[in-house]
Design a protein around this ligand. Structure first.
Ligand SMILES: O=C(O)CCC(=O)C(=O)O
Length: 252
């Protein structure tokens, strides 16, 4: 028995994303949030980008934007990034009993910050370069987003374009500070992922997604883990231990 049904796996590959409710308990989210708060403390004094305690801290316009390979500086985040539930989900989606753990990252989306233009994660993985090969022909990658704070209409929730994954990699233009316009998808189709703390969204590398600026007065934090099918990735990711080949164990 797995974490998701065959219908959910179909949706993942067809619509491009699925959202699972209540995967982590209130207590577990509290533990993650405490680690994330400590990361924010650790970021003091950083103006742009800096490696600290094995993680990479990225600050934009005076706001902490993300911590890359967060589990090096805060091992509790590596523990949860490799939690049996996430590992089991990655195993079912990738149909593999091992994967490279490429992403273990926190997005802070502090008030006034956190805009992400429409994009496909295949571009970030290096699709079309020697860094990346879609070895299983189905994307070879799963992005798993755990909501730490409630995602509301005001605080820049994740937005997905359903079925945008159908044509594979779209070579969309990408400028972090500017919205992406393309005739290859219709932004009017966007679906808002309203999530509660402990909910988890899963999507593939070809799903067009993005998010707007946080217009609320509280952070909208998410914890992201990305797993790649073995041999798909050749890129060296920043962070001590990033990219390790791990066993994907099935949740009983
Ligand atoms: O934090 C966000 O809203 C954007 C997340 C994202 O683009 C991703 O996980 O690939």
């Amino acid at each position: 028995m797995g974490m998701v049904s065959s219908e959910q796996i179909f949706d993942f590959y067809n619509r491009g994303y699925i959202i699972l409710r209540d995967i982590f308990s209130v207590g577990e989210i509290e533990e993650m949030r405490a680690g994330i708060d400590r990361l924010q403390q650790m970021s003091q004094g950083i103006e742009t980008e800096k490696m600290r305690n094995g993680s990479k801290f990225v600050v934009q316009n005076g706001l902490l934007e993300r911590v890359v390979w967060a589990g090096a500086a805060e091992p509790v985040l590596l523990k949860y990034g490799r939690d049996l539930r996430l590992s089991s989900l990655a195993r079912q989606i990738l149909e593999s009993d091992q994967a490279n753990h490429l992403i273990n990252q926190v997005h802070f989306k502090l008030p006034g910050g956190g805009f992400y233009p429409w994009h496909q994660d295949s571009a970030h993985r290096g699709y079309g370069t020697s860094d990346w090969l879609d070895v299983n022909g189905k994307g070879s990658y799963v992005q798993i987003v755990t909501a730490i704070d409630e995602a509301t209409m005001e605080n820049g929730p994740l937005l997905f374009i359903p079925f945008s994954c159908g044509s594979g990699h779209l070579s969309l233009p990408y400028d972090k500070n500017r919205q992406t316009f393309s005739e290859k998808f219709n932004s009017a189709d966007a679906v808002t992922a309203l999530m509660q703390p402990g909910d988890v969204a899963l999507f593939g590398p070809y799903t067009v997604h993005g998010s707007e600026t946080n217009n609320s007065d509280k952070p909208r934090r998410i914890f992201i883990n990305g797993y790649a099918f073995p041999e798909a990735n050749k890129k060296v990711y920043p962070g001590e231990g990033a990219g390790e080949l791990v066993k994907l164990v099935q949740n009983q």
